[in-house]
Design a protein around this ligand. Structure first.
Ligand SMILES: *[C@@H]1O[C@H](CO)[C@@H](O)[C@H](O)[C@H]1NC(C)=O
Ligand SMILES: *[C@@H]1O[C@H](CO)[C@@H](O)[C@H](O)[C@H]1NC(C)=O
Length: 264
């Protein structure tokens, strides 16, 4: 609940900063939060206070916010904070059992939605941790409602652990996903990955590229913060211990890394 409101406030700051008048950026936030009231309009589906929904703001789409949570994606109205739509996606019982057998808690062995991208009008890509076995789906808006039209492996797209900080950006023009996450169960193999979302899963795209595995000079236990496109590049923001700081026991440094976006 509090987390959602914080995100809203940030969003409003960003929105109002776009109002550039005569070269001066107006950074004053709009006071929308107070008029909505700090009420209990949205709290997700958490069943007890010690079970986190691991909410993650995935996209802001006009007047709605898309929020990933446990076994669900919420489409929330920005003006009323009420739920416009909800997609439910729980892992099958046998997946949950397998995950528990591997030593994870029942709470963590759920499907925490970490990635959402609008592929085209009416088609969304949704990926989640899926009981420590990441999966992606395409959801299509049909005349009978929102339908799951395709499912595929989400390794390297969504992390396994809901606590892991990852980020992703989809570029519709090239059908490419730029992801910053981990690609293994224990969460040691961090990667920045450019993946083409194929229509036919069998045609393995040769254009997929990733950073070198287990090379601390490339990525050193990063905490990914955000991924965004600016001009012809995609930028990945993350926090990690700067390698020169390891010997001196220093605090993590905020780092950024610039990577190329392919010619469109
Ligand atoms: C979220 O809901 C609104 C209102 O129904 C809709 O216009 C919008 O397309 C939805 N966004 C996504 C990504 O489904
Ligand atoms: C993810 O980021 C949050 C906020 O910066 C931090 O508190 C948390 O420890 C991070 N998670 C992991 C697994 O490092």
């Amino acid at each position: 609940m509090r987390r959602i409101l914080t995100l809203l406030l940030l969003f409003n700051v960003v929105r109002s900063s776009e109002a550039i008048t005569g070269g001066v950026v107006n950074l004053r936030p709009k006071q929308i939060i107070n008029s909505v009231g700090i009420g209990d309009r949205f709290g997700g589906i958490g069943t007890s206070s010690d079970e986190s929904d691991h909410f993650k703001l995935l996209a802001a789409d006009g007047d709605s916010l898309l929020v990933g949570a446990r076994n669900a994606v919420y489409n929330l109205s920005l003006s009323t904070l009420s739920v416009n739509h909800k997609i439910d996606w729980k892992p099958p019982a046998e997946h949950i059992e397998e995950c528990i057998m591997k030593g994870k808690s029942k709470t963590d062995c759920q499907n925490y939605i970490r990635v959402l991208a609008r592929k085209s009008a009416g088609v969304s890509l949704v990926c989640g941790t899926h009981a420590f076995s990441p999966k992606c789906r395409e959801y299509t808006v049909t005349e009978f409602g929102i339908r799951n039209t395709r499912q595929f492996d989400g390794q390297g797209i969504s992390p396994y652990d809901p606590k892991h900080n990852s980020s992703a950006l989809y570029v519709p023009g090239t059908n490419q996903l730029f992801v910053a996450t981990v690609t293994d169960f224990v969460g040691n193999d961090a990667l920045i990955y450019r993946k083409t979302i194929d229509e036919t899963p069998s045609s393995k795209s040769a254009a997929n590229i990733r950073t070198q595995s287990y090379d601390a000079r490339v990525l050193n236990a990063p905490n990914f913060v955000a991924t965004f496109a600016y001009k012809e590049h995609v930028y990945f923001w993350f926090r990690e211990i700067a390698s020169e700081a390891i010997d001196n026991n220093e605090e993590p440094q905020l780092s950024d890394l610039r990577t190329c976006r392919t010619s469109l």
